[in-house]
Design a binder for this molecule. Structure first.
Ligand code: SF4
Length: 87
């Protein structure tokens, strides 16, 4: 009985990390072509951060509301953002 409950909990944990919550999308950042314009951090500072001295941004959160990810993808001039839930 205990093992069955543990197994169920583990399955739910795997599902939770594999999918973004409703209304949110997984954010993928591939800054290989990043020009360092900073638009992403100005647009979504809760999602994208920038450490002083770094040349490229980093993800503060790997999930974002649908609309925010759409804006990041539209405004990044180098196409560094992708929707991890699209495929
Ligand atoms: S918007 Fe794109 S190109 Fe500009 S800093 Fe962010 S990741 Fe780099």
């Amino acid at each position: 009985m205990i093992n069955r409950q543990d197994s169920t909990a583990a399955t739910h944990a795997q599902q939770d990390t594999a999918t973004a919550p409703s209304g949110f999308r997984e954010v993928l950042l591939s800054p290989g072509d990043c020009s360092g314009c900073g638009a992403c951090t100005e647009l979504a500072p809760d999602i994208v951060g920038w450490r002083e001295g770094d040349e490229r941004p980093f993800l503060v959160s790997d999930v974002a509301p649908d609309g925010v990810l759409t804006e990041l993808m539209a405004f990044c001039p180098e196409g560094c953002f992708e929707d991890g839930n699209a495929s």
